[in-house]
Design a binder for this molecule. Structure first.
Ligand code: GLP
Length: 233
């Protein structure tokens, strides 16, 4: 793994943007995108740039079960507001958290991933080391599935909701196997609350107890961290 240390999330967003720009200049056509507060500075760089994404396809990591695009807290809504409304893409995919048949929706999403191999996968990381919504215990060869969110994740994400009871307890998430198929992976982490997960991901054993440690098995991973997130390395 290549580790890039930055002063703050703004500088991290600029670094990640340079990687995407460079990738696109070298033929990247499909971006794997993430939600959460971490990639916001990257999306700001993308939307304020003069780059054209209208030939690009995006495939997002995950969506809450029960939320649709018109729900303010859905990841589809987040992506539209933070990026796609300002910079149109050719096609954008986010799992359907409101599908009547979720298992079928997971299979369809795997088909989408297969048809659009990801050139650059953007990732954040959960405090417990989750990537996408692959919580501890998720298999490293996993495909898209419906997952139960852990208490740690529900608590970490409750800041986006009025009250903790409103946080969905399930999500549809791309699996770790599909994430590892991305040609290049760029993971960003900022702040002290991510330090333990960053340590486990980089220095710890490769174990499903620490989902992000699966990235040690990939040969093109760039980790962008601020001082606080890197403080336990
Ligand atoms: C959620 C998302 C992850 C994200 C994580 C960290 O659980 N499913 O993709 O990496 O939160 O979020 P944040 O960037 O807000 O710390």
């Amino acid at each position: 793994m290549e580790i890039i240390r930055v002063k703050n999330a703004e500088e991290g967003g600029k670094k990640a943007f340079e990687i995407i720009k460079n990738g696109m200049e070298n033929g990247a056509k499909v971006l794997g995108l993430a939600t959460g507060s971490t990639p916001i500075t990257l999306y700001k760089e993308m939307t304020s740039s003069d780059m054209d994404f209208s030939n690009m396809t995006s495939v997002n990591l995950d969506e809450y079960v029960g939320l649709g695009g018109s729900d303010d807290q859905s990841y589809r809504h987040f992506m539209n507001v933070e990026l796609f409304d300002k910079k149109p893409f050719k096609e954008t995919f986010v799992p359907d958290g409101k599908a009547a048949d979720l298992d079928q929706a997971c299979q369809s999403y795997d088909q989408i991933i297969e048809e659009h191999p990801i050139d650059i996968q953007i990732l954040g990381i959960g405090q417990n080391g989750h990537i996408g919504f692959n919580e501890p215990g998720a298999p490293f060869d996993g495909k898209t599935s419906v997952v139960d969110l852990t208490e740690s994740t529900i608590n970490a994400n409750k800041r986006f909701f009025d009250k903790v009871e409103d946080v969905p307890t399930k999500a549809v998430s791309m699996g770790i196997g599909s994430i590892l198929n991305g040609k290049k992976i760029v993971l960003m982490a900022y702040g002290e609350s991510k330090a333990e997960a960053i340590k486990g991901m980089i220095n710890g054993p490769v174990t499903t107890d620490m989902p992000a440690s699966a990235l040690q098995n990939h040969d093109d991973v760039i980790v962008i961290v601020d001082e606080a997130a890197a403080s336990k390395l």
